[in-house]
Design a protein around this ligand. Structure first.
Ligand code: PLP
Length: 289
């Protein structure tokens, strides 16, 4: 495996950053998780745009144009000769002193690109569906750290994941401060009711997932009614189908929430139809290499 750090490739054992990097010391940085399918990097422009928007929001100036970043991502997957890959693109504030003042990170940001494989869940879980729980940890408040910023500080999500694991579950639903359903630890949430698709809107304090948008795109093309609408836990419990979306997990059915069976406790018809259409989209969309 060859890992890209600031324009050079390193073997896995030699791919290192300083212990003074503020990405490590403070979680000061931004990242993206991207997938490639059959030598096409899926929605690469969208991921790069979101990366630069996250960076802009935390006043981290990435020392490279978006076009150049696209080329470096493609170069990294190509160098690793992977047909299907999970790409982790990380920008840290860079090396500073032990204080948190980002102005003292004189060396500038570190740019890291890792191209590898990832399987979040075993194949059987995709067939059977997930059992998930709502957790007490509330999603980061929009006015504190906006969840739209895909920052290196994922403690909010990790705490929720720990709570889910403690409850014997793989994934957690986080609510917003009003008690509405926001999203899961690394995925957006969808429900189906009477043949229509519902997902919380961007203003609910969620990360606007690129897979989420791709699902909305294929659903609209398939003439399925979609609603970006606030969702309560009750609406999740009484839904006909439920599924999660994210670059790493892709699309995974949910069959039980807080002990309540969803539909007939099997991956739903519309869920499977959308999964098929999503897979088709990954075959045609993306930057080729
Ligand atoms: C908190 C959170 N929500 C949703 C998502 C899904 O986003 P995407 O589909 O862009 O991977 C992710 C993953 O990046 C995430 O970390």
């Amino acid at each position: 495996m060859k890992i890209y750090i600031n324009g050079k490739f390193y073997d896995k054992d030699n791919a290192k950053v300083s212990v003074f990097d503020h990405g490590l010391l403070y979680g000061d940085g931004v990242f993206e998780g991207i997938r490639s399918y059959k030598r096409r990097v899926f929605k690469l422009k969208e991921h790069i745009d979101r990366l630069y928007e996250s960076a802009h929001s935390i006043m981290l100036r990435i020392p490279m144009t978006r076009e150049a970043m696209i080329k470096e991502v493609v170069r990294t997957v190509k160098t690793n000769n992977l047909d299907d890959a999970y790409i982790r693109l990380v920008i840290t504030r860079g090396v500073g002193d032990l204080g948190l003042d980002p102005r003292k990170c004189y060396a500038g940001p570190s740019i890291i690109i890792i191209a590898d494989k990832i399987n979040l869940y075993p194949e059987a879980t995709y067939k059977k569906g997930l059992s998930i729980v709502t957790v007490a940890t509330v999603r980061n408040l929009t006015e504190a750290i906006n969840p739209q910023i895909k920052s290196l500080n994922y403690l909010n999500n990790i705490l929720a994941k720990i709570e889910a694991n403690n409850a014997g579950s793989e994934e957690a639903i986080l609510l917003d401060s009003m008690g509405y359903v926001a999203e899961c630890t690394g995925d957006n949430i969808f429900i189906v009711k009477s043949g229509q698709l519902y997902t919380p809107p961007q203003c609910m304090g969620i990360l606007r997932g690129i897979t989420r948008d791709a699902i909305l795109e294929v659903a609209r093309k398939a003439k399925i009614a979609v609603h970006e609408h606030v969702i309560t836990r009750h609406e999740v419990y009484i839904s006909d189908e439920c599924f999660l979306t994210g670059t790493a997990a892709e699309l995974i059915p949910v069959v039980r929430v807080d002990g309540r069976q969803i539909g007939d406790a099997k991956p739903g018809k519309l869920t499977l139809e959308l999964l098929k259409r999503f897979k088709d989209l990954t075959k045609t969309e993306g930057v080729k290499y």
